[in-house]
Design a protein around this ligand. Sequence first.
Ligand SMILES: [Zn+2]
Length: 93
Amino acid sequence: MIGKNWTLQSLIDGKMAVTAFCHKAACNHSKTLNLDALRDRFGPDAPAMQWDLRPKLKCEVCQSKGVGLIYSPDSTKVSGMGQNLYAKTKGGR
Ligand SMILES: [Zn+2]
């Protein structure tokens, strides 16, 4: 995984979620990107590394170009045991 260049399709296949967040402290807006929509727009082989995507993005609230990205496993798509355990502990009963 490390050292691999992500494309939009490989992010989807890898069940990754990409969250964009605004660097402006006063705004602090964040949003999970719709990778399916991006793939339809830019193509499955479009590079999807942070430095590839960032220039395409801007904050939809304050229009700032200072947008950062977080790559993480998509918890809605990954069926992990750890998740259930966590939910149980958090539920408190
Ligand atoms: Zn913003």
